[in-house]
Design a protein around this ligand. Structure first.
Ligand SMILES: [Ca+2]
Length: 161
């Protein structure tokens, strides 16, 4: 049988199924972000396509640095709504607002553990920027880093180890 090179070219030009590209675009993720305005800073929630953008907490002021819990059930954030910068959490629908830290120090950049039991954050309560761990059930605090260098942006491993 004689080989026809045009037949091979035709097969290679068949487009990939559209579903493979659409699956990424339509992923049901939600994004939380802080919007810095001239008067206040509020946290917004939106779909990854930019749709359904809304203020996370009505009337919010001086809120910043949000992060979702790994299970998507909480949004952690920093706020100066009560004076000092402290860590708060709230449901993605804006309900069940809860203050997690209450200290004159600057508390910021909170992330929740995969099991939802702990929150790691940056705090200046030791006189410098260190990483701290808060047990949510007992409210017990543990200082994880303690040296003159500034420690920022904690990240908890996804496997909890
Ligand atoms: Ca504080």
């Amino acid at each position: 049988m004689k080989h026809n090179p045009l037949a091979v070219i035709a097969i290679l030009l068949v487009p990939l199924p559209a579903a493979s590209a659409v699956a990424v675009v339509d992923a049901p993720y939600t994004v939380a972000y802080a919007s810095f305005g001239p008067i206040n800073t509020a946290i917004y929630i939106a779909n990854t396509d930019g749709g359904l953008e809304r203020v996370l907490i009505e009337g919010s002021n001086l809120d910043m640095n949000p992060s979702f819990s790994p299970d998507g059930r909480w949004v952690l954030f920093t706020s100066r709504r009560d004076g000092s910068a402290d860590i708060y959490r709230v449901k993605p629908d804006g309900t069940r607002l809860e203050r997690l830290t209450d200290d004159p120090a600057f508390d910021d950049q909170a992330v929740m553990s995969p099991d939802g039991a702990r929150v790691a954050f940056v705090s200046s309560r030791s006189g410098q920027a260190d990483i701290w761990l808060l047990e949510l059930k007992t409210k017990q605090l543990r200082n994880l880093t303690d040296h003159p260098g500034g420690d920022y942006r904690p990240a908890l491993s996804p496997d909890g180890q």
